[in-house]
Design a protein around this ligand. Structure first.
Ligand code: B12
Length: 218
């Protein structure tokens, strides 16, 4: 079952937003004992193609939203099998949210979903989250990692404010957590400006980085 052909077919079906066919193939591959992480990776590759199609004007916003929904459904199907691979312990606790004034959440949800697939416990505060709410939650759950999402220019200022608030709380209460920022327009310059520890360009890099950070913590 694990032939390259199956990868290509799934990637293409996701890229074409063929919801039913995607779910059918995923169910088939899971039933045949395929590696669920490979299935998620294939869907992720399909999602990247959806992004490219959007960029060249082939898809509209509805296509992105649809792709996000398909991805969520795939994870739902794969979840029981993914859980079997996990040893029961969490890979780490991640606090996630889109900063105040920003309501974009497709990318953040993908990041959260992928982190969950890889065994992280994700507390997602949703969108339009104020610095005070982030700070309050950090104190309550003491996360290993904080991930901020922001897609509009105005979010950069808010990320800076949020990170300042988080650093203050961390200092007063002697907490330690790296802060990762993500979102379409984030780059090294923005990351430095807002005072983040790390930035990532896509959700899968966020997973890899989080895994490395947890490894370094040991
Ligand atoms: C979809 C969309 C919307 C949807 C959002 C739906 C939703 N539920 O999210 C709607 C229609 C609601 C919307 C509204 C607006 N939008 Co809009 N929107 C977009 C669009 C087209 C795509 C964003 C997207 O979902 N991309 C797909 C996802 C998968 O990519 P992503 O978010 O970058 O996430 C990936 C990575 O960055 C990463 N990631 C993201 N966050 C995080 C966080 C962590 C911790 C990690 C590890 C990883 C990670 O993981 C993802 C997968 O790899 C972009 C244009 C674009 N090309 O990006 C404009 C865009 C972001 N929007 C824009 C604007 C201006 C607006 C509005 C102000 C429009 C208006 N005039 O009303 C409002 C803003 C409302 C607000 N206050 O937030 C501008 C921002 C420009 C700017 N310089 O500020 C953009 C760039 C469009 C443009 N070219 O003008 N928008």
């Amino acid at each position: 079952m694990n032939t390259p052909n199956h990868h290509e077919v799934l990637i293409a079906l996701v890229a074409e937003l063929e919801e039913e066919a995607v779910l059918e193939l995923v169910q088939k591959r899971i039933a045949a004992g395929d590696d669920p992480f490979q299935i998620i990776e294939d869907c992720n590759a399909g999602m990247r193609l959806v992004g490219q199609k959007y960029e060249i004007g082939e898809y509209f916003v509805s296509g992105l939203i649809m792709a996000g929904e398909i991805f969520r459904e795939v994870v739902q199907i794969a979840q029981p099998v993914l859980q079997k691979y996990a040893d029961g312990s969490s890979s780490g606790l991640v606090l996630l949210g889109t900063v105040a004034g920003d309501i974009h959440d497709i990318g953040k949800n993908m990041a959260g979903t992928l982190l969950s697939c890889y065994g992280f416990t994700v507390i997602d505060l949703g969108v339009d989250v104020s610095p005070a709410v982030f700070a309050e939650k950090v104190l309550e759950i003491k996360p290993d990692i904080v991930g901020l999402s922001g897609l509009i220019t105005a979010s950069f200022e808010m990320m800076k404010e949020t990170i300042t608030a988080l650093r203050q709380i961390a200092e007063v209460h002697q907490l330690s957590f790296p802060i990762i920022v993500g979102g379409g327009m984030i780059d090294e310059q923005v990351s430095q400006y807002v005072g983040a520890d790390y930035w990532v360009k896509d959700a899968m890099s966020g997973v890899r980085l989080s895994q490395k950070l947890m490894e370094d913590k040991k």
